[in-house]
Ligand binder design. Structure first.
Ligand SMILES: NC(=O)c1ccc[n+]([C@@H]2O[C@H](COP(=O)([O-])OP(=O)(O)OC[C@H]3O[C@@H](n4cnc5c(N)ncnc54)[C@H](OP(=O)(O)O)[C@@H]3O)[C@@H](O)[C@H]2O)c1
Length: 378
């Protein structure tokens, strides 16, 4: 921790607590100022992924050093340990996400860190504690963050780093979507596309733990048998590639699984139509993502004769309701499952220095890749 006592004219890095990130870009990094004697606590300088304008993330982001920030009495300075690159982070940088920080901004929305220092009025958090921003908040792609103590939630110190960093956005979405739309009992079934996503992998496992059958749709790819095997090891009952489902009666492919009452769609286009094909009469499809960027088409007959319902889910909206109080309790339960090995998903931990390579993978430039998680310690 940088604790400075100044009693004369000093040359120092000006604390940025009351400056915007915009000021930080334009502000001279060092200044000569005459100051009266005072004592203040500063964060270390931070290395951050920033963007000054919206656009393609591989063009508009860059890694820069940000000057130290004042740690005020209610603030906590956190040394970030890990943070994922999620599709919504990409959409925020592109400027197409409905809620996004003002530019210039630091990327990232969730992550995990260790308390580095605390302000004089902070209670319940100490240096060394493992914390996550909960609900998540902007700017996790940087080595040090200073924010009010209310932002931070202390989690079990034995939580695996990569799971602590990724536990909110995707696993909590999976959990809520299984609870909030249709009452599911043991023996019921659900169907989903995008089953290889983290949300998809969590849905498989959370459904499996509850005895709910799950039917999964993945994109065609070389090595699809291996992917199917991996998902089945997580608890998937059935896994189909999209092309396998180009048949008249998709339900004829199911053996002993009832017609699903609930479907999840994070792809759109044909993959959404396939989810609809599986649903039984009165079934509900919940859309929570649009990875293919293609619209959903619903036949007139499926509305009239199957009485299907189309719904949407947005975690950020759920977290802004009073139900959000449950958020931290649910996070603890999901982290318990991760620690017990009952909730797993594929991730690749990448050193911060390799951020650009990780971003390229997250942008799909190298085909299907595991979730990229920046490790600030490597
Ligand atoms: N509404 C919400 O509150 C909420 C919350 C969390 C996540 N989400 C959304 O959920 C989705 C999954 O997020 P995630 O972080 O779990 O994903 P992820 O782990 O980063 O995986 C990306 C997924 O998208 C698929 N994909 C990528 N490009 C595609 C394309 N052009 N066409 C079809 N599929 C494509 C990938 O399939 P392959 O394996 O075949 O590459 C993979 O299944 C995203 O759309 C995300 O925005 C929404």
């Amino acid at each position: 921790m940088a604790s400075l006592v100044r009693s004369a004219t000093l040359r120092f890095l000006k604390p940025l607590r009351n400056l915007t990130l915009n000021d930080a870009f334009n502000h001279p990094r060092t200044q000569t100022l005459s100051v009266r004697a005072f004592s203040t606590t500063l964060s270390p300088p931070s290395k951050a992924v920033v963007y000054e304008q919206h656009g393609p993330p591989d063009r508009v982001t860059r890694v820069i050093q940000l000057p130290p920030v004042e740690v005020k009495e209610n603030d906590v300075c956190v040394k970030m340990l890990a943070a994922p690159i999620n599709p919504s982070d990409i959409n925020r940088i592109e400027g197409v996400y409905p809620v996004r920080p003002q530019v210039p901004a630091v990327g990232g929305y969730e992550g995990v860190g260790e308390v580095h220092s605390v302000g004089s009025a902070v209670k319940g958090l100490l240096p060394g504690d493992l914390v996550i921003p909960s609900p998540p908040s902007f700017g996790t792609w940087q080595t040090h963050i200073v924010k009010d103590q209310s932002v931070w939630y202390k989690i079990n110190k034995n939580s695996p780093l990569e799971y602590a960093a990724t536990i909110t956005v995707n696993p909590l979405t999976a959990l809520r979507m299984l609870e909030d739309f249709v009452t599911l009992n043991k023996g019921d079934a659900i169907v989903q596309n995008g089953a290889t996503s983290i949300v998809g992998q969590c849905i498989i496992q959370l459904a499996h733990h509850r005895g709910i059958h799950n039917i999964n749709i993945i994109r065609d790819r070389t090595g699809s048998d291996e992917v199917k095997e991996k998902l089945k090891n997580l608890g998937a009952d059935e896994v189909f590639t999209e092309s396998q489902l180009e048949v008249k009666n998709v339900k004829g492919l199911l053996s002993g699984i009832p017609e699903p009452a609930l479907g999840f769609n994070c792809v759109g286009g044909n993959a959404a139509s396939l989810v609809l094909k599986f649903l039984g009469r009165g079934g509900t499809m919940v859309t929570y993502g649009g990875m293919s960027k293609k619209p959903i088409t619903v036949s007139t007959t499926s509305f009239i004769f199957k009485n299907l319902s189309l719904r949407g889910f947005w975690l950020q909206n759920w977290m802004s309701t009073e139900k959000a109080k449950e958020c931290r309790v649910l996070i603890d339960s999901l982290l318990d499952l991760a620690r017990e090995g009952k909730l797993k998903y594929e991730m690749e931990l990448v050193p911060f220095d390799n951020f650009n390579a990780a971003l390229d993978k997250a942008l799909g430039k190298q085909g299907s890749q595991p979730k990229q998680v920046i490790n600030f310690q490597l």
